[in-house]
Design a protein around this ligand. Structure first.
Ligand code: SAH
Length: 459
C-alpha cells in the first residue's frame, strides 16, 4: 500500500528553507518531514510555495510569495535569469556565493570523504564576477515561425531570447549580436531541429583575453553559407579585433554543437591567448579554459602546491591542450602530459613548440593506462598533477599513483564529490591532505573548482 504524502500537487503551503542544493534550489521540510526543492529560494528564507510535483521521498515547488528574505539575497541583474539555464545563483550576493562554494567543498569532504577536520580555505573569487567568459556559443533556431537567438531554457531545448549575456566578455557578446542582426535581416534560415532543416545552427565567438584577438565561428547545417561575403565585410569592417572567421558544418541531427568539417572563411584558423607567460594557439574546436583571469589564479595555486625548484619530474594527468604542463614546465626539470583526445595532444605539442618549451613530452591515451607504462619504463615523478573530468580519477590511476609514491600530488577538481571520494583512497595509501583551496572559476553558477595538495608521509 502506498503511503500518503503530507502534500499533494498544487497545494499551497508556508515553508522555511534550511539549505541550498548544488544546483541552486532551496531545501525545505514540510510539517510531515517531507523534503521540497524550490528553485530560487535561499537558506534562512520563508515563502508561500505551490507544490509542482511529488515523488515518494521528495517533491518540487515554486515560490508564490517570499515572506522572509535572506541577507544573502541580491537582485539578479540579468533580465532572463529566471528562465535561462546558464546561471543558477545570480540571486546570491557575491560574497555569499564564495561561502556557498566553500561549503560545498567542506560538505563533500566531510560526508563523502569522512574528512571532518580538514580546513578548507576561503574561496578565491573575482573582484568583478561578471563579463568573465572568453567564449560564447549561441543556438539559433526557428521558434513559433521566427528567428530565435538565445540560450536554452533550463532542462529544455526551447530558446530564451537573449540580447546580452552578463557573464560574457562585452566585445564578443556584441559581436555575436551583430552577426545575429545581419543574418536575421538577410533572411538566413535558422536551423529547425525537429525537421533537421535550415542553415544556421550556432554562432560562436571567443577571445584571447590577454591579446584581444577574436575568432567567430558560424555553425551551419549546409555546406553553403548564404551572404557569406557581406557578413565577413560587416564583421571585419566593424571589429578590427577579429582575426579569424570560421565555418563549421554539422550535418547531423544531434545535440553536439560542432560537426566534423571546419573551414576558414577569413583570416587565420587560430587566435592566440596567454596564460602567465605561456602563449596558446586556440582553434575553433580546441578546449580552452573559459575564465582566463581565474585560470591564472587556479594554475598559480597548482604551481605553488607543486613546490617546484627546477629539479623535479612532473606528470600532468588529464592534461588537455597542455595548459598546466606548459605552465609548470619553466620551473621543472621534465614534464610528462597525458590526455585521451588526440587533437588536444596535437595542440599541446604545437603549444610547446610555440613557446620553445623542450622539457614537456605529451602522449595520447588513458591516464590509467599510459602512466603505469611510464612507471614500468622507470619514470619516477616527484609531483603528479591530476585534473580529471567530473567523474574523477580512475581507480587504476589512484593505485598507480600510490605505487609511484610521488612526494606530492596536486589534485585539481571540478567536482567536490569525486575529489572527496578520491582523497579517501589516497590518504590511507600514505598521504596527508595539506591544503584545500576552492577557486571560483564560474561566478553566478554553482560550479566550483578546487586545488588540493597531498604530501607523502615519511615513515
Ligand atoms: N588540465 C586541462 C584540461 C582538464 S579537463 C586544462 O586545465 O586545460 C579534463 C581532461 O581530461 C579533458 O581534456 C578530457 O578529454 C580528459 N580525459 C578524460 N578522461 C581521460 C582519461 N581517462 N585519461 C586521460 N585524459 C582523460
Amino acid at each position: 500500500m502506498s503511503k500518503t504524502l503530507p502534500v499533494s500537487k498544487n497545494d499551497q503551503i508556508e515553508v522555511s528553507f534550511s539549505d541550498l542544493t548544488q544546483d541552486g534550489s532551496g531545501v525545505a521540510k514540510t510539517t510531515g518531514g517531507y523534503t521540497l526543492f524550490v528553485p530560487g529560494a535561499l537558506p534562512g528564507e520563508k515563502a508561500r510555495v505551490q507544490v509542482v510535483k511529488t515523488k515518494k521521498n521528495y517533491g518540487f515547488a515554486r515560490i508564490c510569495e517570499l515572506t522572509e528574505r535572506s541577507r544573502m539575497r541580491t537582485d539578479p541583474p540579468c533580465p532572463i535569469f529566471d528562465q535561462c539555464g546558464g546561471c543558477a545563483i545570480q540571486h546570491v550576493a557575491a560574497g555569499a556565493q564564495l561561502d556557498f562554494k566553500r561549503g560545498l567543498v567542506r560538505d563533500a569532504l566531510a560526508h563523502i570523504g569522512g574528512f571532518k577536520e580538514i580546513n578548507v580555505e576561503k574561496t578565491l573569487g573575482m573582484a568583478n564576477p561578471w563579463y568573465y567568459r572568453n567564449k560564447i556559443q549561441v543556438p539559433v533556431a526557428i521558434q513559433h515561425g521566427s528567428f530565435a537567438f538565445g540560450f536554452y531554457r533550463k532542462r529544455s531545448h526551447d530558446i530564451v531570447p537573449m540580447d546580452h549575456c552578463l557573464i560574457t566578455d562585452p566585445l564578443i557578446d556584441e559581436i555575436v549580436q551583430t552577426a545575429r542582426t545581419f543574418m536575421e535581416t538577410a533572411g538566413v534560415e535558422p536551423y529547425n531541429e525537429s525537421k533537421n532543416h535550415g542553415v544556421l545552427r550556432h554562432v560562436m565567438a571567443r577571445t584571447g583575453r590577454n591579446t584581444g584577438e577574436v575568432m567567430v565561428v558560424l555553425v551551419t547545417r549546409t555546406k553553403d553559407l548564404p551572404h557569406r561575403k557581406k557578413l565577413i565585410k560587416t564583421l571585419i569592417g566593424k571589429y578590427p579585433q577579429i582575426k579569424s572567421i570560421m565555418q563549421n558544418i554539422n550535418l547531423k541531427r544531434t545535440n553536439a554543437i560542432f560537426g566534423e568539417t571546419t573551414k576558414t572563411l577569413w583570416g587565420r584558423d587560430v587566435i592566440y591567448d596567454q596564460i602567465g607567460t605561456v602563449r596558446f594557439a586556440i582553434s575553433a574546436r580546441s578546449f580552452f579554459q573559459v575564465n582566463p583571469q581565474q585560470t591564472e589564479v587556479l594554475y598559480g595555486k597548482a604551481l605553488e602546491f607543486a613546490g617546484l625548484t627546477g629539479e623535479e619530474t612532473v606528470i600532468d594527468a588529464y592534461c588537455g591542450i597542455g595548459t598546466i604542463s606548459l605552465f609548470l614546465a619553466g620551473q621543472a626539470k621534465q614534464v610528462y602530459g597525458v590526455e585521451i583526445v588526440p587533437e588536444a595532444i596535437e595542440d599541446a605539442r604545437k603549444n610547446a613548440e610555440l613557446n620553445q618549451i623542450a622539457n614537456a613530452r605529451f602522449e595520447t591515451g588513458k591516464a590509467e593506462e599510459v602512466i603505469p607504462k611510464w612507471r614500468d619504463q622507470g619514470i619516477k615523478p616527484d609531483v603528479i598533477v591530476v585534473d580529471p573530468p567530473r567523474k574523477g580519477c580512475d581507480a587504476a590511476l589512484i593505485q598507480t599513483m600510490l605505487d609511484m609514491k610521488p612526494d606530492r600530488i596536486v589534485y585539481v577538481s571540478c567536482n567536490p564529490a569525486t575529489l572527496a571520494r578520491d582523497l579517501k583512497m589516497l590518504v590511507p595509501g600514505g598521504y596527508a591532505v595539506k591544503k584545500v583551496q576552492p577557486v571560483d572559476m564560474f561566478p553566478q553558477t554553482t560550479h566550483v573548482e578546487t586545488v588540493a595538495l597531498l604530501q607523502r608521509n615519511f615513515v
